[in-house]
Design a protein around this ligand. Sequence first.
Ligand code: ATP
Ligand code: MG
Length: 282
Amino acid sequence: MIIFCYDGILNSFRRGIDLIMSVIAICCSKGGVGKTFTTLSLAVEFAFLSDKKKRILIIDSDPSRNATIAIVKNLASIKYTLLDVFKDKNFDIKKAIYEGTAEFPSVSVLASHEQLTEIESLLSQRKNQETILKRAIGSLNYDVILIDTPPNNGILTQNALAACDAFLVPVDHDRNAIDGFFSAVNSVEDLCQEGSIDKKPVCLGAVFTKVEENTAITKLMDKTADKEMHGHVVPVRIPKSIHTREAVFYATTIQFQRSHPVCKAYNKLTTYIIKKLNMKGF
Ligand SMILES: Nc1ncnc2c1ncn2[C@@H]1O[C@H](COP(=O)(O)OP(=O)(O)OP(=O)(O)O)[C@@H](O)[C@H]1O
Ligand SMILES: [Mg+2]
């Protein structure tokens, strides 16, 4: 039954499309599933796979600012942020973009702001509030834009979904994954019905993070996912690793350890996305 409602979007999981500038939203209303780590890892992998020739931008739309903190070490240098983009329709979005450090070569970030938590009340009088980001990024010139989102389906996530060409849903490898995935798909469907999205984004699927292989519960979850997620699980899974937690703690990535299983998994995931979206030049 559920599959019929989502058919339009989910069919895009199976087909590839040609894109020039690719905007990919990383979203899941569940907290702590690895959205930010996935966003940072994909950014570094896109840069790596293009020999640092492609221009990569992360838009940090989460008020907790974790992606911003990872990329801009000196937070005092941040003058303008995504908050300015939302508040002032004439604001020059380029002013809120900051270059990455050595760990993030050819990766820039559109900085987030803690006060984005109040965005719903700030925008209450604005028309077309779901498409502010989409209109604002029209003037940008990047090869890949990755949007990190907060753990809810509020206006910031809606803006990310309305602005993207494709969306990826990181989920823990447990039962909550099913809810988390379909909640994102449902949000896209709602935006389409409201007219905020004219072209449905490609659903890249659910990617399992923090997977502990060879346990009974993992095998059970795999069976459940096969049955209930209708084949919309990405065929690359991110293993659980203490090194990932350390990387998050030190606000960095794991990408410099090329042979690390987590790094290898993100490399494969990036290759999978490149193929799925027919992205050129990688
Ligand atoms: N592959 C992994 N192995 C082990 N721990 C991981 C892995 N990926 C992420 N984590 C841990 O999960 C925590 C949450 O990761 P992350 O901040 O990327 O999630 P999130 O979905 O962005 O969270 P939020 O919803 O709060 O924004 C991190 O602190 C990190 O320690
Ligand atoms: Mg996050």
